[in-house]
Design a protein around this ligand. Structure first.
Ligand code: PEP
Ligand code: MG
Length: 422
């Protein structure tokens, strides 16, 4: 026991500025023990919720104001208080950073500085314990049921991630009837490539350029157009019994102060709810995330009474236990979108997942639109056994790194690997 403690003692913390998938700077943290080191890279959103923890950027002209040198300096401040701590003591590490920051939204040190340390500490601990990260996370979460998650794969990108006229942000395929994660990856990849052919034939070659999450961004205006293309691709692939559809409209992005939702035409919240129900009846939609603006609680609650699909809270909940408690009381949704950088530490992310599961909700671990080669979320989803992960299209290394990590985890687990059902 003493040996393990010594091996996990933090001796040094280093941070550097690296680039994310949009070419913007982000924080990479590397933590050292006597004979080991581990690193982690922080992701970054575009359609960020207003209640998210603070992502610290430098301002000024360097990197158009997006530099993270201030966050790197803050990692040096964090280093002083964490040096000598046990990397395996995730809660103590995260609580020490929360106390040091001492703000509601991590605006002093920056959630990006804090999260980089939190994730890298978990990786170092897993190295020290000589176990894969997903097993270490399972131990932290006290979960005995490792589970390969069903991927939610965004193959048509709209909204802020694409820049066209299609206002809803994400059109996802969900291989919820696959038998394994590897089969799921195959079904999604084949469907993605069939969709590419369909779009190219109808709209020309430039229409298959991809958006921030690797999905296509053809010149569409209505959700129906995207859903028709995707349904055609699923049918042509022959996977209509194995693949369903999910949406993330990210409605905070097309809501205006007069309580109007501006899609291809104007919708009141009541009309928008009817629109979702109609779409879900016509297409095989099993899940809708952020159907309304993040503080439009009455619309969430009204939809919950009518909908048969899963309703996921992203901007609504921002992985924050206070907002989860309030949303559960008001019955606003029945699933948490878990994004580690919305809250800023692994410990608080695990608490958000636990609280959601205790309320009988589902949990979907999620990437951000600005991602990196770091596949931490694949281990996180497998470790907590939540059964769902959102990871973009099976295209571009920032997205495929997550698929590939899950494929390796499945191989490593061998006959013990279990794929979730939805
Ligand atoms: C999302 O809205 O769920 C998402 C992944 O986008 P972003 O990272 O831009 O918030
Ligand atoms: Mg979202």
């Amino acid at each position: 026991m003493g040996d393990i403690f010594l091996a996990c003692k933090i001796t040094k913390i280093k941070a550097r500025e690296v680039l994310d998938s949009r070419g913007n700077p982000t924080v990479e943290v590397q933590i050292f023990s006597k004979d080991k080191n581990a690193s982690a890279i922080v992701p970054s959103g575009a359609s960020t919720g207003i209640h998210e923890a603070h992502e610290l950027r430098d301002g000024g002209s360097r990197y158009m104001g997006k530099g993270v040198q201030k966050a790197l300096k803050n990692v040096k401040i964090i280093e002083k208080s964490l040096k000598g701590m046990d990397a395996c003591a995730q809660k103590e590490i995260d609580n020490a950073m929360i106390a040091l920051d001492n703000t509601e939204n991590k605006s002093r040190l920056g959630a990006n500085a804090i999260l980089g340390v939190s994730m890298a500490a978990a990786r170092l601990a897993s190295e020290c314990k000589k176990m894969p990260l997903y097993k270490h996370i399972a131990a932290l979460y006290k979960n005995k049921r490792l589970l390969l998650p069903v991927p939610f794969c965004n193959i048509i990108n709209g909204g802020k991630h694409a820049g066209g006229k299609l206002r809803m942000q994400e059109f996802m395929v969900v291989p919820n009837r696959a038998k394994s994660f590897s089969e799921a990856a195959q079904l999604v990849s084949e469907t993605y490539h069939i969709l590419k052919g369909i779009i190219e034939k109808k709209y020309g070659k430039s229409a298959v350029n991809v958006g921030d999450e690797g999905g296509f961004a053809p010149p569409l205006t209505k959700a129906e157009e995207a859903l028709t293309l995707i349904t055609k691709a699923i049918n042509e692939a022959g996977y209509e019994k194995k693949i369903s559809i999910a949406l993330d409209p990210a409605a905070s992005e097309f809501y205006n102060k007069n309580s109007i939702y501006l899609l291809h035409k104007q919708f009141t919240s009541e009309k928008l709810a009817e629109h979702y129900i109609r779409l879900s009846n016509k297409y095989n939609i099993i899940s809708i995330e952020d159907p309304f603006e993040q503080d439009d609680f009455s619309s969430f609650s009204a939809l919950m009474k009518k909908a048969r699909f899963q309703i996921v809270g992203d901007d609504l909940l921002v992985t924050n236990t206070k907002r989860i408690i309030s949303a559960a009381e008001k019955r606003l949704c029945n699933a948490l979108l878990l994004k580690v950088n919305q809250i800023g530490t692994l410990t608080e992310s695990l608490a958000a997942a636990r609280l959601s599961m205790d309320h009988g909700w589902k949990v979907m671990v999620s990437h951000r639109s600005g991602e990196t080669e770091d596949s931490f979320i694949s281990d996180l989803a497998s470790g907590i056994g939540c059964g769902q992960i959102k990871l973009g299209a099976p295209c571009r290394s920032d997205r495929t790194s997550k698929y590939n990590r899950l494929l390796r985890i499945e191989e490593e687990l061998g006959s013990k690997a279990r794929y979730a059902r939805f």
